[in-house]
Design a binder for this molecule. Structure first.
Ligand code: UDP
Ligand code: MG
Length: 310
């Protein structure tokens, strides 16, 4: 019997824990030809999330809990979850039921047809602020301009993934994973699954502006080195500009075109030339630092405090 593993990250979700569990469970139990497990990751919640999860785990052994030592963030929580899955098909879903679990049977059908990554693509996003929609749009646009991998627009982490792909993702040593990017970077047979994103069931978003910025910078830095190169381009541009000013001053001096304030030339040339040289050097140094940084960040992405039903 094939098994489905559902991975659900939770951070201060006491308001949705129960409804979320019941709704996902109902869907899973309707898929009678599959066995299932539900892996909840408690990402350092400060409310009753863990307590509620433990109650569920006691009455249903298919409910497994990974409780992290503190809040490590959504991506780290999902990374922890997918490391412990034992199923053949893995589903990543948010706790707030914005991604309807009822779509699972259709996604499973697509999986049975040989697709290996079925990613949810939002046709509409209900109940999101205009600010969130705008920044998300800008982010995906920038990311696609900068990055060499095609990262599909309007996708989050809601997806069904074959075991084979999860094994590859788990074997990647990099930290600060931008999962939705990696899932498209690894290749395999990908399939978009358009759906309507619902409003959050209850509670507030756990993605304040700061966390959104971190996610965006992880996305850009781990999929592109172009920003570093752009700094270099800026340096070269400044140097060209300073040479231009130099030529202009010499010409106007020789032909006495206009009387420049004495000292203007030397100051302008020095400022532009040296700021150009500085930007250029910072670029070169950053290229090295970025590589060293990449190699040395060897801290674990998350720390597990408790494991239940494993
Ligand atoms: N989440 C998490 N750790 C965090 C922030 C969020 O595990 O530090 C979980 C959260 O509980 C939810 C999912 O990540 O299951 C997505 O968060 P949310 O719905 O708040 O984000 P939004 O939909 O508003 O972008
Ligand atoms: Mg949400």
């Amino acid at each position: 019997m094939k098994k489905i593993s559902v991975v659900i990250p939770m951070y201060n979700e006491e308001e949705v824990v129960k409804t979320s569990y019941l709704r996902i469970k109902e869907v899973l139990e309707e898929c009678k030809e599959y066995d299932y497990e539900m892996i909840f990751i408690n990402d350092g919640s400060k409310d009753k999330t863990l307590k509620l999860l433990q109650e569920m785990a006691q009455e249903n052994k298919k409910v497994k809990i990974l409780s992290l030592a503190r809040n490590f963030g959504h991506q780290a929580a999902v990374t922890a979850g997918i490391r412990y899955v034992t199923g053949d098909a893995i589903v990543i879903i948010d706790a707030d039921l914005q991604d309807p679990p009822e779509l699972l049977p259709e996604m499973l059908t697509l999986w049975e047809k040989g697709n290996e990554v079925i990613y949810g693509q939002r046709k509409i996003r209900k109940g999101e602020s205009a600010f969130k929609l705008l920044t998300a749009k800008m982010f995906y646009h920038t990311l696609n301009v900068l990055s060499d991998v095609e990262i599909p627009k309007d996708t989050g982490d809601f997806r069904l993934v074959d075991r084979k792909v999860i094994d590859v993702i788990n074997s990647l040593p990099e930290h600060n994973k931008f999962l939705r990017g990696l899932f498209s970077w690894v290749g395999f047979k990908q399939k978009a699954y358009p759906y309507e994103r619902q409003e959050r069931q209850a509670g507030k978003t756990k993605y304040p502006f700061k966390k959104m910025c971190k996610l965006a910078s992880d996305g850009i830095i781990s999929f592109s080195t172009k920003p570093l190169k752009m700094v270099g381009g800026l340096g070269i541009l400044t140097i060209i500009l300073s040479i231009g000013i130099l030529i202009y001053s010499i010409v106007s001096y020789l032909f006495n075109l206009n009387s420049l304030t004495p000292g203007w030339t030397s100051i302008m040339v020095a400022i532009t030339l040296f700021s150009g040289v500085q930007l250029l050097s910072i670029w070169i140094i950053s290229e090295y630092i970025a590589r060293i940084y990449d190699e040395t960040r060897n801290r674990p992405e998350y720390i597990i405090d408790k494991k239940i039903n494993f």
